[in-house]
Ligand binder design. Structure first.
Ligand code: SF4
Length: 298
């Protein structure tokens, strides 16, 4: 039993080391398609130029096997853990941390992690409570899905939370999302994905907003009421005229994704988490026996 657990920890560590570098270099096809579609519908000359520069940037990264952006971000992982997966989450976390460190040292990657007060570097993209892991536990399953989402600071700095009141309703939610994105302007390197978290509590709404940006581009919330709000916000956000890199144009965002939770009768929390055009992500599916299936599109 001990041997199996040790091997599985090594498998998850290897997977994390691969995912972090892979995500930084090879963006998913849905993102490539969304950027290509944005180029076709943009009418501003400057906006077209920006989108063509992004296109050239991605092609050069492909050709040279290099990163799509210099900001290697903070490593954020989302883990779906089956209840019968034979490695405890504490060991999964240890594997993700060591894998992140190995990727940073072996590639090598820029190390961004610092102590939040002293600003001293804390290690190879790890530190106290870094990397960040979101957990979901799945009944009647023995597998593990790990998704690595390196999160650039330019877009993470453009995160916003408002405790609307129920009387603000859906109008209040829309107004806050629009105000947030208009206020952010070009800072989060648009066009990207606007992640919105609604409901739950203050902390959980922001957690949900981060979950929303990890979804494949253009997927819709399973709840049709929420999905309709995603469509409406996407249209409104692209009427702001902020455009690529904030220099004006038709394409301000590639998508708007919303995750929601039920909430207290007197609460109406709204959180916004922006993901830049370099919306990097890569996944691995790990079986209980240690087989790994890498998946760029999940
Ligand atoms: S926000 Fe995104 S595209 Fe802009 S510098 Fe950071 S990682 Fe790069």
């Amino acid at each position: 039993m001990t041997t199996v657990e040790t091997d599985l920890q090594g498998v998850v560590e290897d997977a994390a080391a691969h995912l972090y570098v892979w995500a930084l270099k090879d963006i998913p096809q849905d993102l490539r398609d969304a950027l290509a579609a944005a180029r076709l519908r943009e009418t501003s000359v400057t906006g077209i130029r920006v989108l063509e520069t992004i296109h050239r940037n991605v092609n050069i990264a492909d050709r040279d096997g290099n990163l799509v952006c210099q900001d290697t971000g903070i490593a954020v992982y989302t883990c779906r853990v089956g209840e019968h997966f034979p490695l405890h989450p504490t060991r999964i976390y240890a594997a993700l941390k060591t894998g992140t460190e190995r990727a940073t040292l072996e590639h090598p990657l820029r190390s961004n992690a610092v102590h939040t007060i002293t600003r001293e570097n804390t290690g190879p993209n790890t530190g106290y409570r870094l990397p960040i892991v979101h957990w979901e536990f799945v009944p009647d399953w023995d597998g593990l899905d790990v998704k690595c989402v390196p999160k650039g600071s330019g877009s993470e700095n453009m995160s916003f939370l408002k405790m609307c009141v129920p009387a603000d309703g859906v109008k209040g939610i829309k107004r806050f999302v629009l105000d947030s994105i208009v206020g952010a302007g070009g800072k989060p390197c648009p066009p990207g994905i606007v992640g919105v978290g609604i409901g739950g509590s203050a902390d959980y709404a922001m957690y949900l907003a981060k979950e929303a940006i990890t979804r494949p581009i253009g997927t819709r919330n399973a709840d049709p009421i929420v999905a309709q709000l995603e469509d409406e916000l996407l249209e409104l956000l692209n009427q702001t005229g902020i455009g690529p890199m904030g220099l004006g144009g038709d394409v301000t965002v590639l998508q708007c994704h919303i995750e929601h939770a039920d909430t207290h009768m007197t609460l109406n929390p709204v959180a916004v988490n922006y993901q830049c055009w370099a919306a990097r992500r890569a996944s691995a599916h790990v079986s209980a026996g240690g087989d790994v299936d890498f998946d760029r599109e999940a």
